[in-house]
Design a protein around this ligand. Structure first.
Ligand code: C5P
Length: 227
């Protein structure tokens, strides 16, 4: 069967990765979570004291980028690939609210984007890939056969993310999560390099009132039609 490239972009916590993972599984495609890659570089920056609430040593991060190795390893039990930073599994650590609070600053650095985009293009070069992020349909794979742009109201998204973090045992409050969702959307949409924007040929899905199953069925039908 003909293999295609599927780009799923959209705002923070729109449930892109849940749908993308399900879709990849149903199609026998590879799933790549590009947000996890930016999160891993953020964790590296935090571990090396390059970023905090009070400072961001961007030039030092740029000079250390060749020491940052982000990779994925498929976990059979989970059914998807987990993200690794310099050989260590950081799948859970990178999802913390703390990492979320710095990630948009790191993702605005062009040198970081160049390195990760190159790697993403390599990961998807044989097609048969579902990749989610902010710039997949506009920058990473502008020729993707199917582009989906997911949206949902900020409250719906914050609520989803809040429940997810609570379930993971994080000590957080709802207002911080909502604030983070809004500030990431703002930073991601207004940055100079590869801002979050809907590709002209992307299909927009507002999933505020869709169940997970309805979302999956919607993108699965689109994928079937595009293959
Ligand atoms: O998708 P996720 O919420 O995990 O992404 C975390 C952050 O990584 C985003 O808020 C954005 O700043 C950055 N990102 C990006 N480009 C991508 C994927 C994520 O700039 N393709």
């Amino acid at each position: 069967m003909n293999k295609i490239t599927i780009a799923i972009d959209g705002y923070s916590s729109t449930g892109k990765s849940t749908v993308a993972k399900q879709l990849a599984k149903a199609l026998g495609y590879v799933y790549v979570d590009t947000g996890a890659m930016y999160r891993a570089v953020t964790l590296f920056s935090m571990q090396n004291n390059l970023i905090s609430e009070h400072h961001f040593n961007k030039n030092e991060l740029i000079s250390l980028l060749d020491k940052v190795e982000v990779s994925f390893q498929f976990n059979e039990a989970l059914g998807y690939a987990e993200v690794y930073l310099n050989g260590a599994n950081v799948e859970n650590t990178v999802r913390s609210l703390e990492v979320s609070q710095f990630v948009s600053q790191i993702a605005a650095v062009s040198e970081v984007r160049q390195q990760l985009v190159k790697q993403q293009q390599q990961l998807g070069k044989n097609k048969g890939v579902v990749m989610d992020g902010r710039d997949i349909g506009t920058v990473v794979f502008p020729d993707a056969e199917l582009k989906v742009f997911m949206t949902a109201s900020p409250d719906t998204r914050a609520e989803r993310r809040y429940k997810e973090l609570l379930n993971k045992g994080e000590d957080i409050n709802y207002d911080d999560v909502l604030e983070n969702v809004k500030s990431r959307d703002y930073l991601d949409s207004t940055r100079e390099d590869s801002p979050l924007i809907k590709a002209h040929d992307a299909i927009e899905i507002d999933n505020s009132n869709l169940s997970l199953e309805q979302q999956f069925q919607t993108v699965f039908k689109l994928a079937k039609a595009a293959i």
